[in-house]
Design a protein around this ligand. Structure first.
Ligand SMILES: C[S@@+](CC[C@H](N)C(=O)[O-])C[C@H]1O[C@@H](n2cnc3c(N)ncnc32)[C@H](O)[C@@H]1O
Length: 229
């Protein structure tokens, strides 16, 4: 396990890196009984992982046990970024408990400290609801993936009808309580509108409780012909 501190801000966000610090949310997040509902979907994000893999917004390391169990570990080089120090210290502990070698960095998804084409797979689990600049984060995922590389995600997204109205009303309060999480982001719309990605699968999942529902799980891959994108 190693840890670096070389974050940078994109400049277009009023928050600084040090503002991403939610100690109460980090403590609460540890207590949420997620495994039953999310376990099978976390497993599918981790299945047969191999090569150089980056997890963005790793939180308390909730994905690490699944990665340790599911991955083709002898060929795995696992990297993760997490900007909140309260989450990051938990992620370090989780990596040690699960015996997963993680190269963990203090960085934001909007400004990834890696060269172009550096990863075979990027994973995002409930992170695009929270990042400050989703478009910039997606551009960075695209940049650091090698051509043909996979972007695997599990996200909760904007609902329809009265639920969407409710999410719009609740999001300002929810954001404060839930570490910056937005209930009403059209994350799938953002992903499918990126010309550099092709959709392998996107599945709307039938679990979740209002207001943080529906969930979607999916895989995109970076097109091999991306000149000009
Ligand atoms: C709801 S938690 C999800 C944590 C973990 N991925 C999981 O599956 O449990 C959202 C995480 O995104 C992190 N985050 C917030 N802003 C971020 C950003 N700009 N870039 C990357 N991660 C960010 C938060 O600190 C938090 O750990």
């Amino acid at each position: 396990m190693s840890s670096h501190t070389d974050s940078s801000d994109t400049g277009s966000d009023s928050e600084t890196v040090h503002d991403i610090a939610h100690p109460r949310f980090a403590a609460l997040y540890d207590l949420l009984p997620q495994r039953l509902l999310l376990g099978p979907h976390r497993e599918s994000l981790a299945v047969e992982l191999a090569g150089r893999v980056l997890e963005i917004g790793a939180g308390n390391g909730a994905m690490f046990p699944f990665v340790a169990e599911e991955a083709a570990t002898d060929t795995l080089e696992y990297h993760a970024i997490e900007p909140d120090p309260h989450m990051r210290e938990r992620a370090v502990a989780t990596a040690q408990e699960t015996g997963l070698a993680v190269e963990l960095r203090d960085a934001r998804a909007e400004s990834l400290p890696y060269p172009d084409d550096a990863f075979d797979v990027v994973i995002s689990s409930m992170v695009f609801c929270t990042v400050q600049e989703p478009e910039a984060a997606l551009s960075e995922v695209f940049r650091v993936l090698r051509p043909g590389g996979e972007f695997r995600f599990l996200e909760h997204v904007r609902a329809d009808g009265w639920r969407e109205t409710g999410q719009n009303l609740l999001t300002p309060v929810w954001k404060r309580a839930a570490g910056g999480c937005h209930l009403n982001r059209d994350t799938v719309g953002l992903f499918v509108s990126h010309d550099g990605f092709a959709v392998d699968e996107i599945e709307r999942l039938s679990f979740g409780v209002f207001p943080a529902t529906p969930f979607v799980r999916g895989t995109l891959h970076k097109r091999r012909e991306t000149v000009g994108i």
